[in-house]
Every structure is written in C-alpha cells, then in structure tokens.
Design a binder for this molecule. Sequence first.
Ligand SMILES: CC(=O)SCCNC(=O)CCNC(=O)[C@H](O)C(C)(C)COP(=O)(O)OP(=O)(O)OC[C@H]1O[C@@H](n2cnc3c(N)ncnc32)[C@H](O)[C@@H]1OP(=O)(O)O
Length: 373
Amino acid sequence: MYCPVISATGLFTPEQSISNQELVDSYNQYVEQTNHDNADKIAAGDIEPLQPSSVEFIEKASGIKSRFVLQKDSILNTSTMAPIMPVREDYELSYMAEMAVKAAKEALLTAKLEAQEIDLVIVAASNMERAYPAIAVEIQSALGCGGYAFDMNVACSSATFGIKTAADAIKCGTASKVLMVNPEICSGHLNFRDRDCHFIFGDVCTAVIIEREEDAVAREIQTVFKIEDFKLVTEYSNNIRNNFGFLNREADDPQKLLFKQQGRKVFKEVVPIVADLIQNLLDENNVDAQKVASFWLHQANINMNQLITKKVLGELPDNLIAPIVLDEYANTSSAGSVIAMHKYHSHLASDDYGVLCSFGAGYSAGAILLKKN
Ligand SMILES: CC(=O)SCCNC(=O)CCNC(=O)[C@H](O)C(C)(C)COP(=O)(O)OP(=O)(O)OC[C@H]1O[C@@H](n2cnc3c(N)ncnc32)[C@H](O)[C@@H]1OP(=O)(O)O
C-alpha cells in the first residue's frame, strides 16, 4: 500500500473583483427601478416593495468585503444581473477547463512535475459547465496528462471528497500522481436579484497534486503534507439547494431555481456537525487540537468559521491558526479551504499538523488530517 501526500497546490484568481459597495449600488438601483415600475401594485397593497441591501449588513453578517468574478459588468448591469459569458464553441476550451489549466500549471510547477506524469485528473466542484464530455477529460487533454479523468460534485465539500478519492486511488495503486482541481464559477449559480444571498459567492479555481510519498521525496519537494487520516460525512438536508438543471430549461423564472438557503438553520445545524467531525478525527489520531498549527476551513461565513474554531479550540485563534480569506474571495464553495491552505502554510514546521475541512450543501462535511514532512 502506498502512502499518499499533497505535494503542491495552485490557485487561479480572476482579474476582476466586485466590492460590497459596487454590488449594493447595483442591487439598490434594481430595487428602486422595480419598486417604481410596480408603484401602483405596491400602493394597492398587492405586492410588498423590495427592500434595499446594505454594505454594513453584508460585512457584519458574513465578513465578506469583496469577491472575484469572471464577468463583472454583466453582474452589475441591472438589466442582466448575471455573468453573461459568450457560449464557447466546441473547439474552444470551456471556462472551467481554462481556469483549471491555469491553477494546475502553478501546482505542477511547484511539484516539479510534467503534466504527462499525471495519471488521474479529478474535477471536484459544485457546478459543472455542461453534462458531458467531462470537464476533467477536457483538462486531461489540454494539459497532456495520461491515465483517466472524471468529474465529481459534493457541493462545498467537493475538494475534501476529491482528495479522499485521489488518496484512495494512490493507496491501492490505481493511480500514482493525481491532479484534483476545483474550478468554481459560483457567480453562475447566484441570483443577484435576491437580497438574502446576492453577496455570498465568488469565482476562483484551486488545484491540488496528490501522489506517492516516495515519488515526492525522490524529487526533493520541500513542502509535502502527508495525508494521515480522513473523516467524511453526509446528512440529507433541504436547507441549501440549487434546483437549476437540465430538466427545467423551460421554467418560468429560472433565476428562482438558483442557489437558495435557510441561512440561520444552516448555521445552527452545520456548526456542530463540523466541530464534532474535526474533534473525532483528532481524538482518533491522538492529536491535541491545541497542537494543530492550522485549520484550513471552508470559507462560508466569518461567524460560522469562528464558532467552529472556538468549539474545537475553546478560544478564538489568530489568523494563522484559522486563516480567513473570505473577506477578499467571499464564499468560493469547494475551493475556499484550499485557498486558505495555499496562502497560509509556510509557518508550519516539520511534523506540524494541519486540518483541511469542508462543509456545505447535502449536508456534507469532510476533514483531512495532514502532517508536514
Ligand atoms: C455552507 C455554505 O457554504 S452555504 C452558503 C453560505 N451559507 C452560510 O454561510 C450559512 C450560514 N448562515 C449565515 O451565515 C447567515 O444566515 C447569513 C449570512 C447567510 C445571513 O445572516 P443572518 O443574520 O442569518 O440574516 P437573516 O437572513 O436572518 O436576515 C436578518 C435581517 O437582515 C435582512 N437582510 C437580509 N439580507 C440583507 C441585505 N443584503 N442587506 C440588508 N439587510 C438584509 C433580513 O431581511 C432580516 O431582516 P428582519 O430581521 O427585519 O427580518
């Protein structure tokens, strides 16, 4: 049985970003116009007027200050309020593959690997740009990787479940070097006309190389994280849903089928699931939570993340121990915890532990115990 390690990560960040102020200005302009257009119905009491959004609410409720997006103008334009991106021709690279190739190249460079050496490509993300051919097979071809490739979706937990799938393939010898990517175009599943959630998500792509420990050692890779143990859990819930799919293309209002959540219920129900999952993982491996150098958590919401770390550690740690990137990136679904790890791991010393943890729709949650070489 081979021992799987993470030998590199990569990150693609879109060039364009939207501040809370820009987002709120656009939303409030839409509210003003809609209320003006419906003035008679509102006056007759037939419909309620739309309420404005606010920068103060967004920052306080979520900790988000800005988000990166692939297509800013059409999101802020009140006549579209969605990322309007030209349909790519069959001979062109898809948007998801394009982002993933960029993130993957950084990871391959760090891991001192050629793309041809990769023998499994996994796309793990919460939305796929199309049903088939698999985006992973397109990436495999674009990079020139060998072996096989497939797509998988466990919503915000896609990356941890993807790493677990990759590690299992390495352990049993099905693959020796895996590229796992998380191209998340979350702006596409967001209803920017819904005040409750218009601020939550951003676009990004992360990449992770998982391989046999002996191969990474042979190439003298400086920073390698040994995958010590995992815990994955799913528990069905209707509280976070995206109902948009191939069976509702004729829906009256497709926007209403996009992301929706019962935010308070999610908060209340998911925090204990995640805190218990992490605690059980640490207990079973005899690792004291205080000795963990970093908890790279899914970047859902500042209050949720802080409560989870507080439950595990008994106090609020500094930003290196539980790094927050959602202020700049917002919630990027499966990519969030990997961004946190990518940006905040250089302080780990040899034999230090880190926990990579995801949680989200399903419900689904995953925690991975990592040990630095
Ligand atoms: C796990 C995942 O990644 S899923 C995606 C992210 N989801 C999560 O992080 C789940 C955790 N949930 C949360 O963090 C929170 O529920 C949030 C941030 C989504 C919302 O914060 P809450 O404090 O719960 O706000 P809530 O929806 O209850 O609204 C509070 C008030 O603010 C109002 N409000 C809602 N949106 C806005 C807005 N954009 N601007 C101003 N006011 C607003 C509401 O109408 C409500 O008003 P009321 O008290 O008069 O009824």
